[in-house]
Each structure stands twice: as C-alpha cells, then as structure tokens.
Design a protein. Structure first.
Length: 298
C-alpha cells in the first residue's frame, strides 16, 4: 500500500513538473514577444500603449527609469488590490511571468537593435508582438501583472466581456497621459492604434484561432449517433431528452463541442445514423474542460 502511495505521489510530482515546464516555456516565448513589442517598437516609436507597460514607458521617458523595473514597482499596489479576487495560485504564476519579462526587457533587449523607422509601422508591429505575447501568457492562466491583474479581475467579475475588449477599455486614460508626456497628438493616435491591434491579436489567438464549434443534433437515435461520434471522432457528446412542440414526439438532443476541423465529421456522423436528423451548428468562442482549454482558475 505504501509503495502504491509513493508511485501515486511520484506521478503527481512529475505531472506538476511537466505543467511548470510548459508554463515556463510559454512565459519565455510570450515574454520575448512582449519585450519585442515594448522595447523594440514602442520605446523608439515615442508613444505609450495602454496598461502598465504604457506607464512604464512614461516613467522611462520622464525619469529614465528601466522599463522592467518600473513595471515591477507599479505592480505592487495592484497585486495587493487584486489578491482576494484572483487568489494565491494565479498571483504566484504571474510573479514568475513578471520576473521573466523584467529580466528580458531590462537585461536582454537593451542590447538589441531598436526599430527607428515609420511610427505607424512601430504602432502596428508593437500591437502584433505585444498581443501575441500576452495571448500566450493568458493561455496558461498567467499574466504580466499590472493592469493585467485588473483586466483578469474584471474578466472574472464580468465574463460577458472578452479579454481584448477589457484591455481596450482600461487603456484609454494611459494613452492620453502618454500624449501629454510626449507632447505630441500623434503619440495618442499611435497609442490607440497599437492598443487596438493588441486587443485584436489577443482575441484572434485566444478566441478566433482557438474557437470551437457546437453541434446540436435533434434525432430519434441519439445514443447511436453519440457512440459513432465518440468512436470515429474521439469526441464526447451529451444526450438530452427533448419533445417536439408541434409533433409531440420524443426526440434526443445531442450536444457535441468540437474543433472547426471536426465539425464536418460530426455532421456526417449524425446523418449517417439518422438521415432525417435536424442539425444546428454554432460558434463556441470559449470551451473549457477536458479536451479544450483549462478552466480560468486552474
């Protein structure tokens, strides 16, 4: 019995280690993309995007404070305010992400070339790189801190808003401050453009590229259809008893969430079992659970 317990504990340890390794890999890749957007494009473009990254650039402009260090200092009060809502586990994961991002921004990217070309291109590419980096970090249930903590808190309290929409709403004030500091109305316009591109990229990666389909199948042979879907496509389905309002006949409602590439096979399986099946297919922007994204608090 002790041997079995030890084996179980060893498996759990290896599982946690594997999850940590994947989290760290995402942090590294996301941190590199985040740093490219912030240091290579935004700093030299002389505009401030929204969020704490924008505040850090403003501090760098006013007092030559290192961008990564400024981000860490601004994060302290935000962490205190967000602790009860977000919990210890999320904040610990985010601390690792912040530390990696800070080391990359202050320790690596000052030694890399900055883009000094067209400011509009700086704004666009800053948004692309920053958005891609943040999306990768969000995928693992972490954040880069600062306004991200507030954004995720708002996301938990108001799940009807997408992460990209929340980012856009919280960034307008900081962009305005950036325009005053840089003394240039174009800095505001470029800040808006970069923030819009960032939110667009976040939503496309988190919800667009990763979005799923939901098939609702009304049939008299729900069990057979579910078994075929499971056997051929390796997707589970849920059976719900339904009654036709007009006919009064009993039917099965089969619900099956799947990837975009799998929906045609699900539809074909339904019609193979029941040529008279009624099939509805809708978009599912977020699907949490086994085979899909992990829950937000995992």
């Amino acid at each position: 019995m002790k041997k079995g317990l030890k084996q179980k504990n060893a498996k759990q340890h290896h599982s946690k280690l594997a999850v940590w390794a994947v989290d760290t890999l995402y942090d590294l890749i996301g941190g590199i993309l985040y740093s490219i957007g912030l240091y290579t494009f935004a700093k030299s473009g002389e505009f401030a995007p929204g969020g704490v990254s924008g505040l850090a650039l403003i501090c760098n402009r006013l007092w030559q404070m290192p961008i990564g260090l400024a981000t860490l200092l601004i994060n302290i009060p935000v962490v205190i305010l967000s602790y009860k809502v977000l919990g210890r586990r999320f904040l610990l994961k985010s601390f690792q992400t912040m530390l990696i991002s800070t080391l990359l921004i202050d320790g690596v990217f000052p030694y890399t070339p900055e883009y000094t070309g067209n400011r509009l291109l700086s704004a666009v590419f800053m948004g692309v790189f920053l958005g891609a980096g943040l999306a990768l970090i969000y995928m693992r249930g972490s954040s880069t801190g600062g306004s991200d903590f507030l954004n995720v808190t708002i996301r938990k309290l108001c799940p009807r808003f997408s992460m990209g929409q929340i980012v856009m709403m919280t960034d307008i004030g900081i962009i305005g401050i950036g325009g005053i500091v840089y003394g240039d109305i174009d800095a505001v316009l470029y800040g808006v453009i970069s923030t819009y591109v960032t939110s667009l990229v976040i939503d496309k990666i988190l919800y667009g590229a990763g979005s799923s389909k939901l098939a609702l199948i009304i049939t008299s042979q729900g069990k057979a259809a579910s078994e075929l879907i499971n056997r051929e496509i390796k997707r589970g389905a849920t059976l719900v008893k339904a009654t036709g309002a007009y006919s009064g006949e009993d039917r099965d409602l089969v619900l099956c969430a799947c990837g975009k590439a799998e929906i045609a096979k699900v539809r074909a399986a339904a019609y193979e079992i029941d040529p008279n099946a009624f099939v509805m297919i809708t978009e599912a922007s977020e699907v949490f659970g086994e085979g899909f994204m992990p829950a937000l608090d995992e």
